[in-house]
Write a new protein. Sequence first.
Length: 124
Amino acid sequence: MGRVSKEQTQLNKEKLLVALEKKLGNITSACKSVGLSRMTYNNYKNNDPEFAEAARQVSEVAIDFVESKLMENIQKNKETSIIFFLKTRAKHRGYVEKTETDITSNGERIGIPISNWADENENG
């Protein structure tokens, strides 16, 4: 396959950005829809800062869209969405998945060399 002209490359980039928006930032789906490879996408992204920024902006729009759907679910009292929101955005208020409790070292760091631990467990 011959080398692609600058004009065709620019057109491909524009098509790809439109497809990315339609596919909510899904790179593989966007590439397939415009007949380009993911490798081409990565090449554009790595070698063209303007394209990389535009692709990042498309990703942000997709995140905004999904967040709006989450908020719609919260307004509909969907418990899973409420829990997800609290666990990810309200950690500072105690909505966390796990807690860490230190009951053995009084806050002191415990250092166990891996080689010693492995030897003890093999003979053990």
